[in-house]
Design a protein around this ligand. Structure first.
Ligand code: PLP
Length: 499
């Protein structure tokens, strides 16, 4: 018997994929999908000394992970965290750290019983929830209740709680943008619910139009679905759009009319560039409009902005217009995983409550401005280069960390993609990876209008790298068009730019 079990185990056949939860098999997450798998194989190949690739390293532009591409961590926050992690430093102090660092660290240490190694309350430590509430009040000019704030392992964990809470079965749908950051579709699939896509308007800087929301609502209802919530990602991923006040007003009124829970993903609220519409939270819009019958959940994160602390896994959500008994169900959900990680919770406190002493404040602000200015410059540079390419048009990034260019894929390439069993933009992205080492995500992983093709790239490579990244991308694109050109069609004219 033991021998039989062992042989089945060695053969790897005890647990088969076919035995797994079909919802897990169905869920997709393109940001870390097929192209990244291939990129990892190529990286291993390069490391093993195989020189067959025409580049010496892979550059991961597939994900908004700023510190992986060279962004420095925020200094004040890391100094406070280092003291909290090491109680000896807290006792002795560190001569090169400022008084404010020491005071902040001691304040957290005193307030958080048991320190970062102990479970906290399920909603997160009270001191940080108070800091978040103060931040929201200051940002919006309306009260915020610390009891309605939940600290989470990144925004993702909060979104998971909300989809679990809202989706009762396959008939329930969440209206989500197309293109969409695929967290929402993946979690809806896992939760055995549905996504009802509404299309963002590419011609209008990827804005949200109320007519389109109504169309998506009606289509979902006609298909027998019950729309439960509406996801708004502002600033947008993958589109980079920053929504106008008019659009935000329309969204709140739509939720009011249609009895929907409004899920406001505002993780990019610090990333708004140039003359784009400034960030306004949906909480403020809801309160301005006195729409106190619209249940609203707002998500934020330490992964983005200029903090970029993706690996610390910190985030929060705030509930507004939620009944106390419904909130209790969310608290129960949070308590099933005991609590979010406490280092990430303090990371949230440090994001929403930056230093105030003159020396720390000026260093903090200089660092923030330099990082945001640099992101803006890189966004412009990549968008200009993309728009100079034949068959490519790219809306400028008004916010977030991404560009989502529209690419015309030549018919011969569409045929080649079909022969390879790939969507045309996946074929394009794979070819880009294999000829340049750049990892981007095909538009089909986010959803897009039928017949259009895109890819998403971050503009996060460091200022030293970005020009060479752009030149590689442009070289690849021209080569791709040449390779798949229809001999009957005249070639695209040469560009004046040398990109
Ligand atoms: C729109 C959006 N929401 C949520 C997240 C999740 O972020 P995290 O879980 O790191 O806070 C991301 C990450 O890229 C995102 O782009």
């Amino acid at each position: 018997m033991a021998a039989l079990l062992r042989s089945r185990f060695v053969g790897g056949s005890i647990l088969k994929v076919a035995d797994l939860n079909p919802l897990v098999l169905k869920a997709e997450y393109a940001v870390r999908g097929q192209i990244l798998q291939r990129a990892m194989e190529i990286e291993a190949d390069i490391k093993a000394g195989n020189a067959k690739w025409p580049f010496d390293r892979v550059v991961r532009c597939n994900i908004g992970n700023p510190q992986a591409l060279g962004q420095t961590p925020p200094k004040f926050a890391r100094q406070v965290l280092s003291m909290i992690m090491n109680p000896e430093l807290l006792a002795t102090g560190v001569s090169s750290y400022s008084t404010e660092v020491l005071e902040r660290a001691r304040t957290y240490a005193t307030a958080i019983k048991g320190g970062v190694g102990a479970y906290s309350d399920s909603k997160g430590v009270r001191i940080v929830r108070d800091e978040v509430a103060a931040f929201i009040e200051q940002r919006d000019g309306y009260p915020s209740d610390p009891e309605a704030i939940y600290l989470t392992d990144g925004a993702s964990a909060g979104v998971r709680h909300l989809t679990q809470l809202l989706l009762r079965g396959p008939q329930d749908a969440i209206l989500a943008p197309s293109p969409q950051y695929p967290l929402y579709s993946a979690l809806a699939t896992l939760g055995n619910g549905s996504i009802a896509p509404y299309y963002l308007d590419e011609e209008a800087d990827w804005s949200v139009a109320v007519d389109e929301l109504e169309r998506a609502y009606a289509a979902a209802a006609k298909a027998g679905n019950i729309p439960r919530g509406l996801v708004i990602i502002n600033p947008g991923n993958p589109t980079g759009a920053s929504l106008t006040r008019e659009a935000l007003d329309g969204i709140v009124h739509f939720c009011q009319r249609r009895d929907l829970v409004l899920l406001a993903d505002e993780v990019y609220q610090e990333n708004v560039y140039g003359t784009a519409p400034p960030f306004v939270s949906l909480k403020k819009v809801m309160r301005d409009l006195r729409a106190d019958d619209v249940p609203l959940v707002s998500f934020h994160s330490i992964s983005k902005g200029f903090t970029g602390e993706c690996g610390l896994r910190g985030g929060y959500f705030e509930l507004a217009n939620f009944r106390t008994d419904v909130r209790a169900q969310l608290t129960k959900l949070a308590s099933i995983s005991l609590c979010s990680n406490v280092v990430g919770q303090i990371g949230v406190g440090l994001m929403v409550n930056p230093p105030t002493s003159p020396e720390e404040k000026s260093a903090y602000e200089a660092d923030r401005d330099a990082k945001l200015d640099s992101l803006e410059r890189r966004a412009e540079l990549v968008a200009d280069a993309l728009n100079a390419l034949p068959g490519v048009s790219c809306a400028r990034a008004q916010g977030a960390l991404y560009l989502f260019p529209n690419i015309e894929v030549p018919p011969k390439a569409v045929d080649a993609a079909a022969a390879a069993g790939l969507q045309p933009d996946a074929f394009y992205s794979l070819r880009m990876l294999e000829s340049t080492g750049l990892v981007v995500v095909p538009g089909s992983g986010f959803g897009q209008k039928n017949g259009t093709w895109h890819f998403r790239t971050t503009f996060l490579p460091s200022p030293d790298d970005i020009e060479s990244v752009v030149a590689r991308l442009a070289g690849f694109h021209r080569g791709f068009l040449e390779e798949f050109a229809d001999p009957a069609e005249p070639a695209h004219p040469s560009p004046s730019s040398d990109l």
